[in-house]
Write a protein that binds this ligand. Sequence first.
Ligand code: FRU
Length: 589
Amino acid sequence: MKKSVIFFIILLLITFVNCRSDKSKNNPSNSTVDFKIESSYLLLPIEEKAKEVKMTVQYNDNEPVSAFFLRLAENKIDYWVKIDVKKYFGKTITLRFEGVESSLLGINSIKQSDKFEFEYAEKFRPGFHFTPEYGWMNDPNGMVFLDGEYHLFYQYNPYGTMWGNMHWGHAVSMDMTSWTYLPTAIAPDSLGDIFSGSTVIDVNNTAGFGKNAMIAIYTSNGKIQQQSIAYSTDKGRTFTKYAHNPVLPNPGITDFRDPKVSWNDISNQWIMTLATKSTITFYGSPNLKEWTRLSEFSNEKGAHGGVWECPDLFPLTYEGKTKWVLLVSINPGGPNGGSATQYFIGDFDGKTFTSDSLPYPLWIDYGRDNYAGVTFCNIPQNDGRRLFMGWMSNWDYANNVPTKNFRSAMTVARELTLKNNGEHLVLSSFPAKEVSKLRAKENVVSNQMITKEKSISGLLKDYNGQFEIEMTIDRQNAKIFGFGLTNSNSDYINYTFDLEQNILKVDRRNCGIKDFNQKFASEPIAPLAKRDTYKIRLLVDKASTELFINDGEIVSTNIIFPTGGYEDLTFFTPNHSWKAENIKIYEIK
Ligand code: FRU
């Protein structure tokens, strides 16, 4: 071969190699895999620490592609997620992965199966709190009562245990304590992911979808945030998106989300309470499809350390008078860091909310783990309760908590009422009466006189991490006193009443596993009015503690990850003495 030809071939080869490597540097290849469907599920392997890969699924030519983000396994498989492909049996579907080679472990290991198995009862799965069956959960959405069923929708990622791919998950219950999982209710579409919102029952068919249609109003989170609706005429089992979404387009505000809608008898229209950056904007509508801006609420004294989210507006009666409560979640900027829910008390004339002059910010819960909570709608008048549930986590560390196949639980259902704390009105929250029905064994403990320290060892050890403690603290003349839970691994959580500073301190700095996020090990505080006695109710469920003082006047909800279940109840005071009375322990089943 002539020298010049050889030289030309070498040059061509060099150019080709350069082109390939350049291409993979700037535009890593996409991979496509076809599956002829022979089973119910496609199982996809996930690695928690892997980077997110965009996956599109082409089911068949005349269906739009769906796109999701998955942490497809790179080095090891932590758990699996599924795509339900039953209805495509015998057909070929195509998965396309952006920016990854087909040699990736996560692509190579995708398999078909008729089963989707995982360890449901993992160590930190609570026993009497709602958790998603698998996958990630945040805010409660669209909570509504209809025909004997409480519906809980929730922010849900079916494709991983970290936040992403927001759908509305769905579960129903007869008593708000034991739940049945239902298929995912609303999935992302071309307008974006399905962010938080509410549902209403359209008793008078104002929207034209049918009398008593269940209508979901949610934020479509695409390039911008706007409000959309979807309706169900089969008690929430299937939803149809309204063809002309969005019903409330974005007016140029980046944070424009989380619509909570209710019918208002004063102005005879639907009222939407919407989080608009660091204010709340109210909109009105006759039919849920056309919305008019009514007013905007802000309050300088409220907390403004982060963006306002997930509002709710509802009336409560106090001494025969109607007062309106506005809940506003905020992230960050909570009283103990991260996310938390504040409230305002005032009046609503059907268009405008005016807050009473109170020492804001006021918080529905002073613990670290009660966020984005809102109330159920359509509770029958003869019941008349205002029922609330919150997401029992904190954006500071929610994505890292040490559970495997699922992340996060909701608080127990709580009843909201107005109370006077001796100085002013407060919003009190206390477990709904249904929660007490879960009490199994009752163990009455004799009164305890506390000087310095005392521990009732083994008292809690047979309850499998699920129990409730009730007691009355007669503080006598003690100024600092408290109680706690501990185990033989020296994990503990302590509740200290400090009447020198008028605060309650919840020390969970050594409550168990804590190294998953440095913001977790903390000591949240709550304001505490000086009283002679304090009534205590503490719910413990494997990985959570919910403390209610004086029937809900002060609440502190904090998640925990003890290395072994708490076994001992401890009492302490540095000086003086106090008495723990009426002590009862209940096993909760
Ligand atoms: C609150 C929130 C909402 C939003 C949703 C997204 O936790 O940020 O404002 O709609 O979560 O999942």
